[in-house]
Design a binder for this molecule. Structure first.
Ligand code: GTP
Length: 634
């Protein structure tokens, strides 16, 4: 028996009680109805008002308020009501517990922040139903609570050891035989959260290591949860640690297509909702400044300057005379606080310069092996030697000689014997240059990083502009472009082309009976079936609502009809399992081909639409063909 089985059997996993438990039972049954579910919800006023609140938050976008529990349940759908009821029940039950080292209220405050952040991010990037994402965010770390509940004493010991820098998840596995990730997955499955959401949640700690292909829905979801988690971390972190989190959030935001200002707006909205929800669920939520205020430039923050000041300037001192060398080294390191490397001549200085990459080089002019001018020319001839600031120590050199030194790339010079005031003054100018250079290099690196992120973000936007977010299929715009391409190719090659307009039958009834979230799943499954039925080079797109377009190149009326019939049967055979119920559906399909009476691609689409209309009128679940100006139904 695995550790998880043991915990489950011994009743040690956090589980819902009371009405939430009854809701779990109802939604497990095949014959459950939304009315029955609504009645159960109504018997718990706190749950009813929380669900109404969420349904209304969702309805705000569509402009129609939700007034009754029945409507809220209908709107949210069975699966979502179940997840939320369980989530809220867990918050109520596990406000406190036996592990003294664990901050239970802080845990829920963080989870609630993550729930609201997941919901809001979901609303913006439209990668899933916001209410489902709320439930996922709320339960994303429930495995931790499960471990603390089952092992309060052992876990307190692990928390102490973690302070020593050991990764907690590894300790959990070593000492408790399971870890929070595994338990989160188990509890989420018990709550009825679909694997399509639970899997990205379980990878949200480290989404880049998840193996999800970039841009796919699970990839976007895992990044969304990671971003929501980081937002919650920022929301609950002490003021002194906030700045570092902000820049990371900005970088992460770009991964799901949010720029800095959109991120700031969403963060502030999340904080406001977090406060509202915290009051409803009786969970603490501290005050936070606006995102913009937290994102102020680091230069204005206390502590930053002192850290910069602690960075010591690297100086390479090249001097053959030991007295001058020792004295200059002393001033540089003791008085000016530099890190000094020394060499006795130009030949030894060159490899040392490569090794320590000094910011400033102070070199004597006359040396027995490779003099100062030669050293300077050699440094300037390399990539890495370009930006070093070179000060030449000169004896009685004439102006002519000094000009020669500048021409060799020297930045400044100092007359020997070196005196402390002159050296300090020259070094101040040199250090100013070093600082400016570093700031410029920092800006350049940041610009480079921004340019890369911008390019990625643009690619993502370009993809998003042509992709339907729900089904991942090309959207109407992309579909129309493909139709034009196929039409032109058909004119060029003389090969036939077919357009198939596909529409799900009685789709409104699916939404009404099972909720919008289930409707979305049906759309996704039908989209997959159409994609699977299409040939590799055909074009499949979602035109909008429950309507899809399949354009087949080199397809005459007969093969267009055959393809449509094959697709109709495939959809009819689909069993879409949701919350223990198998949902079935059918499609009507209108087929049209390029023919002499059809002048352009718009007419082809209209002809397919007429055939689709005929299929609907003839009773649905059938294929009709438009040919010779008439529709023909099978
Ligand atoms: N879940 C979900 N529903 C959608 C989406 N887009 C449109 N709808 C719904 O799809 C339904 C389409 O309904 P109708 O146009 O009446 O068509 P139908 O019920 O399929 O009936 P027939 O086409 O006549 O068989 C409406 O209720 C829309 O709200 C979506 O992205 N997700």
């Amino acid at each position: 028996m695995t550790k998880v089985d043991h915990l489950r059997i011994s009743g040690q996993l956090p589980s819902p009680k009371g009405v939430a438990l009854a809701i779990m039972e109802i939604t497990r049954r095949d014959d459950a109805t939304l009315d029955e579910l609504a009645r159960a919800v109504q018997s718990d006023p706190a749950l009813a008002s929380r669900l109404l609140r969420l349904a209304n938050a969702a309805a705000r976008a569509s402009g129609r308020p939700v007034a009754s529990v029945n409507e809220a349940v209908l709107r949210l759908g069975m699966a979502t009501v179940r997840q939320l009821a369980i989530g809220f029940s867990l918050v109520d039950q596990y406000r406190d517990g036996a592990c003294a080292a664990f901050d239970y209220p802080g845990f829920w405050s963080h989870s609630l922040f993550m729930a609201v952040a997941s919901q809001e991010l979901g609303r913006m990037v439209r990668v899933g139903s916001p209410e489902d994402l709320f439930a996922c965010g709320l339960l994303a770390q429930i495995g931790r609570l499960a471990l603390i509940t089952a092992y309060p004493v052992d876990y307190a010991a692990l928390l102490e050891r973690q302070d020593g820098g050991v990764v907690l998840i590894e300790l959990e596995r070593q000492h408790l035989g399971t870890d929070r990730r595994e338990l989160t997955a188990v509890i989420m499955a018990d709550c009825g959260i679909p694997t399509a959401l639970a899997e990205p949640v379980s990878h949200h700690d480290d989404p880049d290591a998840s193996g999800f292909s970039e841009g796919s829905r699970p990839y976007q979801l895992a990044h969304l949860f990671f971003q929501a988690r980081r937002m919650a971390d920022l929301g609950l972190s002490p003021a002194t640690e906030r700045y570092g989190s902000i820049s990371e959030l900005m970088r992460l935001g770009s991964k799901i297509g949010l720029d800095a200002s959109a991120l700031g707006e969403v963060f502030d909205r999340v904080v406001a909702q977090w406060h509202e929800w915290a009051e409803v669920l009786k969970v603490p939520a501290g005050d936070l400044p606006s995102f913009e205020a937290m994102a102020e430039a680091p230069a204005s923050r206390p502590g930053h300057e002192s850290k910069a000041a602690r960075t010591r300037t690297r100086v390479l001192l090249v001097e053959d005379d030991s007295t001058t060398r020792m004295m200059t080294e002393e001033v540089l390191s003791r008085i000016l606080g530099c890190t000094v490397h020394v060499a006795e001549n130009g030949r030894d200085a060159l490899p040392l310069a490569l090794e320590v990459t000094p910011q400033i080089v102070i070199t004597d002019w006359l040396m027995p092996v490779m003099d100062g001018i030669e050293l300077c020319s050699a440094l300037r001839a390399t990539d890495w030697g370009q930006s070093m600031y070179v000060i030449m120590l000169a004896g009685e050199e004439t102006e002519e000689k000094i000009i020669e030194a500048f021409e060799a790339g020297v930045d400044d010079y100092l007359i020997k014997p070196v005196n402390v005031r002159a050296l300090t003054a020259r070094m101040r100018a040199a250090q100013h240059y070093v600082k400016l250079l570093e700031a410029w290099e920092g800006d350049r690196a940041q610009l480079k990083a921004f340019a890369t992120e911008l390019a990625t973000s643009n690619r993502r936007l370009e993809h998003a502009a042509m992709t339907d977010l729900l089904t991942d299929l090309p959207n109407r715009r992309a579909g129309m472009e493909a139709l034009t391409r196929f039409w032109s190719a058909s004119l060029r090659t003389g090969q036939p082309v077919a357009a198939l307009m596909i529409d799900i039958d009685f789709f409104k009834a699916i939404n009404d009976r099972h909720g919008h979230a289930v409707g979305d799943r049906v759309l996704q499954e039908v989209a997959k079936a159409i994609q699977a039925a299409a040939r590799k080079d055909d074009s499949v797109s979602r035109l909008g609502g429950e309507e899809f377009l399949l354009v087949c190149h080199n397809a005459d009326p007969r093969s267009g009809l055959l393809a449509a019939e094959r697709l109709r049967k495939m959809v009819k055979a689909l069993k879409i399992g949701i919350g223990g119920v198998d949902i079935q559906t059918t499609v009507s399909i209108g087929v049209a081909n390029r023919a002499s009476c059809i002048e352009n691609e718009d007419d082809l689409l209209k002809a397919a639409d007429k055939a689709l209309y005929a299929a609907k009128n003839a009773g649905r679940d059938r294929v009709c063909l438009f040919a010779n100006g008439k529709t023909h139904c099978a």
